[in-house]
Design a protein around this ligand. Structure first.
Ligand SMILES: [Zn+2]
Ligand SMILES: [Zn+2]
Length: 318
């Protein structure tokens, strides 16, 4: 079978044997994969990664212990947790200290014709949800995670900074939740997507609103984003941190203390709410697909995904 490999900054496609299915796992045929910023970071060599990337996917189960799964379209939670530690018993396998992570940490990823994942990680895709939309489940779950962590009432005013893939999903998710979302970005063509989904789109400017929002989400992906988000947040407000920045972020803690601002780190989330939200049709993911490539042209797809202005690039085996 074909599988994508990353090594020393270079993406290539190799022929490899089909993976063996361990007990408790499903063997899954890839239907569609999505390239995310993490994949591009892995390509650049973060986390010392070498191997098969890919954690956003929709597949079809070809073999499993549970017979009813076979033939079903599935998406999969990416953390392979131990199932026994305190975190796992609390339903927070995403924080299991012994976890491996699909396509990121010690478990080969989804950018190959066949992959394996524990059955308990899988969610069956509803029949009325297209594969092209379902491939957004993982990243959308990361947006939904905010609502699991922070209580934002309907009508609450929220600022979302950054109009990359995640910023677009967050702005739309919070708008669908009923918040009054001010989405700040640098790309009018991207902001059009979130404004069509009900957010108020605003171009980033030198003078950003000061102490204006009870909740501010930083999804800029830049070291300056956090500082800006803190300045925009009202006293006693909350800043949700969605930018993973490599290296240190310098921040003046005085405004945090004086204004009693809460910082919330936020990563990936539950797939259930994301699937439900996708099914509602309120998230305009169709508008977020910039290009699709066959799996064998993955190196081109990675190059395209890294280009400025690109949103989501998909990979499809032939
Ligand atoms: Zn991702
Ligand atoms: Zn565990």
């Amino acid at each position: 079978m074909q599988s994508v490999h990353l090594n020393g900054g270079v993406a290539s496609v190799r022929r490899t044997p089909r993976p063996k299915r361990p007990e408790g796992f499903a063997l899954i045929r890839l239907l569609l994969g999505g390239i995310c910023n993490t994949d591009l970071e892995l390509q650049r060599g973060y986390y010392g990664f070498r191997g098969v990337p890919g954690h956003e996917f929709v597949g079809e189960v070809v073999e499993a212990d549970t017979g009813s799964l076979v033939g079903k379209r599935v998406v999969g939670e990416i953390n392979l947790a131990c199932g026994q530690c305190d975190w796992c018993l609390r339903g927070l396998g995403r924080h299991c200290p012994r976890r491996t992570v699909l396509g990121i940490v010690k478990h080969p990823g989804a950018f190959r014709e066949f992959l394996t994942l524990p059955e308990r990680n899988l969610h069956v895709v509803p029949v009325d949800l297209s594969t092209e939309r379902a491939v957004f489940t993982g990243p959308l779950a990361a947006a939904c995670e905010i609502l699991d962590q922070v209580k934002i009432p309907r009508g609450g005013e929220v600022a979302v900074l950054g109009d990359g893939k995640l910023g677009l999903l967050i702005a739309q998710t919070l708008a669908a939740h009923g918040a009054r979302v001010h989405h700040f970005g640098r790309h009018p063509e991207k902001l059009r997507i979130s404004s069509a989904a009900g957010a108020t789109a605003e171009l980033m400017r030198k003078q950003m609103p000061v102490a204006a929002y009870d909740w501010t989400v930083d999804a800029t992906g830049s070291p300056e984003g956090l500082k800006r988000a803190v300045a925009m947040t009202r006293p006693r407000g909350t800043v949700i941190m969605k930018s993973t920045v490599h290296g240190l972020v310098a921040i003046d803690t005085a405004p945090l203390i004086v204004n009693e601002i809460t910082l919330v780190g936020s990563r990936c989330g539950r797939f259930g709410p994301a699937l439900k939200l996708l099914r509602s049709g309120r998230i305009r993911v169709d508008d977020m697909i910039s290009a699709e490539y066959p799996l064998r042209r993955a190196p081109e797809a990675f190059a395209r995904a890294a280009q400025k202005g690109t949103i989501k690039v998909l990979l499809r085996p032939e």
